[in-house]
Structure formats: structure tokens, C-alpha cells
Design a protein around this ligand. Sequence first.
Ligand code: SF4
Length: 219
Amino acid sequence: MKKLRCPSPFMGEKSKKKRADKIHAKLKDLYPEAQCALEFGGDPWRLLVMARLSAQCTDKRVNEVSRPLFEKYPDVEAFASSRLEELEEAVRPCGLYRTKAKSIRDTARILTEHFGGEVPQDKETLLSLPGVGEKIANLMLGDVFGDPHIVADTHCIRLAGRLGLTRETDPSKVTRALEKIIPKKEQSDFCHRIILLGREYCRAQNPSCENCPMKNIAE
Ligand code: SF4
């Protein structure tokens, strides 16, 4: 296996915090615009649908599938009254389409019946919706409700490990570990930027360490 340029030493919280500060400073230089890769146009409902579709699917494909999807179903009410078989077909390219279509329609019905068609803004209620776990809830809080959170998706987990920020791999443990070392107001932006680094250099297979701006971060 190829040797990675980022060591993952077992450091105390203080040096991990210093390391995280250094990494984020570099990430800010590299990616000044920390933006969600999902093109949801600022609409909470759209982000919720797209986040649900993104499980085991690329953001690029979710964006492609979502354009015609939101033309066919322009709002929560349209999803709530959709025919399940048609919705399944519309989201099929994203994979796991039966489960995703059902949870999206069930969520639309819950929002229509109990929340006036609006996406709730508190974490506990978000987590009670079908198919919504901490990753999606935190993404929603940070990107549409102005409450930054750690979003421990597969890229974030991989990069946090390779950059020596945590040895954890379980999403909720990675979230707790990063919460301790990334300032609250920067948590969402940090996660967006680390995903961009993962896409450009630190891919799951064949990371491009020789060209990576982080290769000497530990020195
Ligand atoms: S690609 Fe960059 S961040 Fe990833 S392991 Fe290599 S040097 Fe580290």
C-alpha cells in the first residue's frame, strides 16, 4: 500500500487543536469559498431531499438527478402527494431508490401534516424524521439554519484520520472528536473544505500526496 504523507501520530488534545488550527488555516487559503457541493439554492427542503439522496451516491449525480426531480415535484406538498413508484423512478440513479423515495415521501407527509410544510430547525426534531441521522441534521443546521456543526461524512472521516486529527472511524465518535478541536463557528466550513481537499488530492484510492499542499503540514 502506498505510504501516505500525512502521519497520524497519537497526540494529546492540545496538539491536536494546534494541528487542526494549522490545517484549517491552510484549507482557508486553498478554498476560500467553503460551500456545500449540493446545489440546493438555499431551500431547506431541497437540501433535506438532496442530503437523503446523497447516501452512497456522489454529489455530482445528486445534483444531476435533482434538477428534473424538483421540476416534477416543486415543493413539499408535491412530494407528499407523489405516487411512490414514480418517485422511485425519479431517484433511481442515486441508488437505494426504494428506501430513499419512501423516506422522502414520508418526510414530506410529516412536514405537511405537522409542520406547515416547513423543515424544523431543531436537531431533535430533525433526527426524528425518516432517514435523517446526525450527519444530515448537522448539515441542515449549519447550511440553512446558521448553526455550524461537524458533518462527519465518509470524506470527513477519511481526511480527519489521515491528517491525524482523530483515530476514530465511527461517525458519531469522529463528530465528538472534531467538535473538541474545531471552533464552533467554523465547523461547517471546515467540513466543506476538507471535502474539497479530499476530492482534489486525498481521494480514498490513490491519494495524490506528492502534489498535496498538506504534505508537510506536520513539519
Ligand atoms: S493526499 Fe494530502 S492530506 Fe491526504 S494523506 Fe496525502 S498528504 Fe495527507
